[in-house]
Design a binder for this molecule. Structure first.
Ligand code: PLP
Length: 374
């Protein structure tokens, strides 16, 4: 059987990884500034992560959500402490798209309305509801098209107000920072006005922190720079460091209704063992402050390049927007300097490294980038 060929791939087979390094089957060593799309948070193959999963595997790896699972409770407690959302509750699932599906459902159950407001450039996943609030028709099949979603421009609070006052909306869904769109960032003021408008109109605010969360911005969630408290926060990617874990953080205003949400695999013992280890390492190794520091160092160094059209981002979620296609720069970074990077559109390099990236590794990237563009 062949693989269903939907991915554009590099001709590289990775067989080993450690911290911020990747190793291929030809013995080459790479620097990972992509993190497998913002997934690797605490670094590859962290010993504490390995031993937590290994130990769990020997005890019990899975049973369905029909019995007590104390690993889920421990995970929720640690996530609450780390994020500061100790009074919220946690629904566990398996991916970012699934987290957004469940958040949209919760908002619609609670308000009994069906319209959602989303933003131009948004990416929230590829499943039915998540793709309908994603602003890219390429990802939507005719089956996914719906009249229930309106897109307005990011940071355009007037358009948000005009829509919400219709009284038809159950939810506004917004990314902490728009990742796939090339790290386009809502202003703190926009977040605050948006939060106030949602409250005034009884609309649920869903913050998708799937890419910008888990400490990547230097705070646990990017929206925490603005001081707002959304009703629902969706997480995935970094919280499992490669093990598929997704979740919705749910405000105390929501009453759980038995059977309203559910999943077979979500919250499995093994997934929780991964998530617990990530939370512990994040705390013990102070990875949020490290992300903030290394991010600042990178931003400062990059701001000296006149070739760059615009720099955006916070912490270790950085977009380098160039005037033209970056494909040749990225190809040279990968094959000549052995550095993996991400991309948005055609002209934006996206950096999403593990949060344990060192200053020396960041310097190596800056020097390599400089040699290519100068
Ligand atoms: C902001 C955001 N939301 C949702 C998703 C979807 O997550 P997943 O691919 O785990 O379904 C992504 C994935 O890139 C994302 O960046």
């Amino acid at each position: 059987m062949n693989l269903f060929d939907v991915y554009s791939i590099w001709d590289i087979e990775l067989i080993k990884a450690k911290k911020c390094n990747l190793y291929d089957s030809d013995g080459n060593k790479y620097l990972d500034l992509y993190g497998g799309h913002a997934v690797i948070s605490i670094g590859h193959s962290h010993p504490q992560y390995i031993s937590s999963i290994e130990q769990q595997l020997r005890e019990i790896s899975f049973f369905s959500n029909v019995v007590i699972n104390n690993r889920q409770k421990q995970f929720a407690e640690k996530l609450g402490k780390l994020s500061g959302y100790t009074d919220y509750s946690l629904f566990l699932c398996n991916s970012g798209a699934e987290a957004n599906e469940n958040a949209l459902k919760l908002a619609s159950f609670k308000t009994q309305k069906k319209r959602a407001l989303a933003f131009k450039g948004a990416f929230h996943g590829r499943t039915s509801g998540a793709v309908s609030v994603t602003d890219n028709l390429k990802y939507s099949a005719p089956f996914n098209l719906t009249d229930n979603v309106t897109f307005v421009s990011l940071n355009d609070i007037e358009s948000v107000e005009n829509e919400l006052k219709s009284g038809q909306y159950c939810a506004v869904i917004i990314e902490g920072m728009q990742g796939v769109n090339g790290v386009t960032v809502p202003t703190d003021e926009f977040f605050r006005e948006l939060s106030a408008l949602c409250k005034a109109h009884g609309v649920i605010l869903i913050l998708d922190e799937i890419q910008s969360g888990c400490g990547r911005s230097g705070k646990y969630f990017y929206h925490q720079y603005s001081g707002i408290k959304p009703d629902l926060i969706t997480v995935a990617k970094g919280i499992g460091n490669g093990f598929p874990v997704g979740g919705v953080l749910i405000s105390p205003d929501f009453e759980p209704v038995k059977g309203s949400l559910g999943t077979t695999f979500g919250g499995a013992h093994l997934a929780c063992a991964a998530g617990i280890a990530v939370a512990d390492v994040m705390t013990e190794e102070n990875l949020m402050s490290k992300a903030a520091e290394t991010g600042e160092f990178l931003m400062k160094a990059l701001s000296s390049f006149p070739q760059i059209r615009e720099l955006r981002g916070k912490g270790l979620m950085i977009a380098i927007e160039m005037p033209e296609s970056v494909s040749e720069i990225r190809r040279k970074l990968l094959f000549n300097y052995k550095i993996f990077t991400g991309v948005s559109h055609t002209n934006i390099i996206r950096l999403l490294p593990p949060l344990c990236l060192t200053k020396e590794e960041a310097e190596y990237f800056i020097n390599s980038f400089g040699e290519i563009v100068n």
